[in-house]
Every structure is written in C-alpha cells, then in structure tokens.
Write a protein that binds this ligand. Structure first.
Ligand code: RP5
Length: 164
C-alpha cells in the first residue's frame, strides 16, 4: 500500500524474512492502514538502520514492526534509535527454529522496550493486529474493521470437529 503516507513501518533483516513478514503486511492491507515495507539489516546495513529509525517519527510513522532471525538485533536497535513503539517478530531460523531469534528480541534490558510477539507467521500477524489496534484508538474506520475481523474469526470456528 503506497497511496497515503505510511503510518506503520515493517522492516526485516533479509529478503528471506519476507515469507514470514508478508503475513503482517497482509493484515495491514486488510485493515486499510498505509504502511511501508523495507529490508534493513542491523548487521549488514547498519547505516540504513540508523537513518531509517532516526527519521521514522518525523516522517509520520506511528509504530515500527521489525522482524529478524538468528542473532536478531534489528528490533532492539530500532527501538534504541526511535521514540516510536517497536514490535519485534522473531523469524524462524533454520538451526534453532527461531528460539535464538525469540530470545534475542525478547530479552531487552530495562529501559528500551520491544513488544515481542510469537515466532513466525503468528507473530507477524499479531504484530500487525496490535499495530492496527493502536491506530484504531484514533481511527474509527480501522476500529470497525478490527471489530469485523474478530467477528469473522469467531463465526469461522465450528462447534464440532470435522472428522475425515
Ligand atoms: C537475519 O539473518 C535476518 O533477519 C534473517 O532472518 C537471517 C538470515 O538472513 P539470510 O542469510 O537469509 O539473508 O539478519
């Protein structure tokens, strides 16, 4: 989504993170929330990270969702460089199944918070839903879409399992 100025920034450490982070972008599309999506690596492109996080608030962003895997410094470093709320998504890694990503992101020392979600797709989706709920505080259209999302979800749950 590019028509309006982005309110949410989705950043990720690598192209390989997109298969996970796309689920968050899909939610923001559904909610009609303008957002931008960029690859920014804390390790490989540290100056890109610095420039992005330092200018995020003045460019009008309200919240950043940062996904990374392995030694996942991206969410914590972004949070260190911006006053905006940062949500971290641990991307599943090949060798440790994302436990490394989770522990890297969740164990922030006191003073620089990162709101950490679940490993993988669920985390990416929930980060976007949380971001939407923040935007919904001041946007009744987004609030109504979030209510509809919840209602659809509730209606889609059967009362008895389908046995095959
Ligand atoms: C991290 O290293 C990225 O966030 C990614 O999850 C992981 C692996 O990156 P690639 O080697 O696939 O580019 O920085």
């Amino acid at each position: 989504m590019t028509a309006a100025e982005p309110l949410i920034g989705i950043i990720m450490g690598s192209q390989s993170d997109w298969d996970t982070m796309r689920h968050g972008a899909d939610i923001l599309d559904q909610m009609g929330i303008p957002h931008e999506v960029l690859i920014i690596s804390a390790h490989r492109t540290p100056e890109r990270l610095y420039d992005y996080a330092k200018t995020a608030k003045s460019r009008g962003l309200k919240l950043i969702i940062a996904g990374a895997g392995g030694a996942a410094h991206l969410p914590g470093m972004a949070a260190a460089l911006t006053p905006l709320p940062v949500l971290g998504v641990p991307v599943e890694s090949k060798s440790l199944k994302g436990m490394d990503s989770l522990l890297s992101i969740v164990q922030m020392p006191a003073g620089v918070p990162v709101g950490t979600l679940a490993i993988g797709k669920a985390g990416a989706k929930n980060a976007a839903l949380l971001a939407a709920s923040v935007i919904a505080l001041l946007d009744s259209t987004v609030a109504a879409r979030l209510d509809a999302f919840r209602e659809n979800q509730t209606q889609s749950v059967g009362t008895t399992p389908i046995k095959d």
